[in-house]
Design a protein around this ligand. Structure first.
Ligand SMILES: [Zn+2]
Length: 368
């Protein structure tokens, strides 16, 4: 993979792209002949870039492209997503990367695009014209199960929830591949903020709506309440990190990080305490692996206090010790609701409407 240093001085000041003239944020390695150019023009349909306004004007009047190449695999309302193969549409993807680099601070590929797929998000305006508003790339074959390499929403379209939509889309693809995924590191500052937000909202939604008949909880006091949620007198319920991972395709480590951030995990000193759950725990295939068993209380949360940092060393140590065992989160509905309310978390963010997703694993082109 060809990486180029990404901390060079910003060269081109502005880029004309579609109906916007956008101030650039970072250096992008356009060819040498562009090194003294302050403004660049990029056709939002075919991604051809130009340095002269008149050339650009002529181009957009004759350009026959109306939308990205590749296969349209998602369409809901005004939004569409195209899957573009870097091998089949090499120049388009190279030019796209050069443009995206203006707004990405992490190192990324520009020319070696053939082993990547690009998912291009567009929005249709009132005149039925389609505008490119963001993308993410993904390695065709990732031995580390990365499901996203780079992600960007162009500045005029930021803060409208499209970043979360793209992240959600990357996980929907992982679900269809029956894989657990994670973004490739390092990821841009904007990207990682988007991920933290996405993981938190996704996990809170799971916890808020979690219903199951698999567990009966603690000391025979469990009852089923009106919404089918098994609970005891404290409204406590249990769910494993594996279950959350299987439901969301989010990697275990990312789930654990998010639960820690929210104060939903507490680690006690090894062997300092244990609790007797009359619960069943399940492995990833939902086979009962034990029941009526002593579970060390290494992950029982206590409240939603944010003061978790003092537990960091214990967490790391104990997580290393426990990583091959079941990890049970035992919390109450009230803790979840209180967290959502006190942190003003909005759960009605843009998400992928899977009815609009037309994608099967067989549509992934091979690497060669
Ligand atoms: Zn064009």
């Amino acid at each position: 993979m060809e990486h180029i240093r990404y901390n060079k001085v910003r060269n081109i000041d502005t880029v004309v792209f579609g109906k916007y003239e956008i101030a650039t944020w970072y250096y992008s390695p356009f060819p040498d002949e562009y090194k003294d150019i302050k403004k660049i023009y990029v056709c939002q349909h075919c991604m051809k870039y130009m340095k002269v306004k008149e050339t650009y004007g002529r181009h957009i009047s004759i350009c026959e492209w109306k939308y990205p190449p590749g296969e349209k695999i998602y369409e809901v309302g005004r939004n569409k997503i195209y899957e573009v193969d870097g091998k089949l549409h090499k120049l388009y993807c190279q030019n796209f990367c050069l443009l995206a680099k203006f707004f990405l601070d992490n190192k990324m590929i520009y020319y070696d695009v053939e082993s990547f797929l690009f998912y291009i998000l567009t929005e249709v305006d009132d005149r039925n014209e389609e505008h490119v508003i963001g993308y993410f790339s993904k390695e065709k074959i990732s031995y580390d199960n990365y499901n996203l390499a780079c992600i960007l929403v162009f500045p005029p379209y930021q803060r409208r929830g499209y970043g979360l939509l793209l992240i959600d889309f990357s996980y929907e693809l992982s679900k269809r591949e029956h894989k657990i995924g994670s973004p490739e590191r390092p990821i841009s500052d904007l990207g990682i903020r988007g991920y933290h937000s996405y993981w938190k909202r996704t996990i809170l939604k799971i916890l808020q709506n979690y219903t199951t008949n698999l567990y009966s909880i603690q000391e025979g006091t469990s009852t089923i309440n009106g919404d089918g949620m098994p609970h005891n007198d404290n409204g406590r319920f249990m769910i494993t990190i594996n279950e959350i991972s299987l439901m969301t395709s989010i990697r275990r480590e990312d789930i654990i990080f998010t639960l820690q951030e929210m104060g939903f995990l507490k680690y006690r000193k090894p062997n300092a305490n244990s609790v007797n759950y009359t619960a069943l725990t399940y492995d990833v295939n939902n086979h009962v692996v034990n029941g009526n068993e002593q579970h060390e209380d290494h992950q029982q949360p206590h409240n939603n206090s944010p003061q978790q940092t003092q537990y960091q060393s214990h967490r790391d140590e104990e997580f290393a010790q426990q990583k091959h065992q079941q990890h049970i989160i035992c919390i109450t509905r009230r803790m979840v609701d209180d967290y959502i309310r006190s942190h003003g978390v909005r759960l009605d963010n843009r998400t992928v409407d899977i009815c609009g997703l037309k994608w099967t694993k067989t549509s992934i082109p091979s690497k060669n």
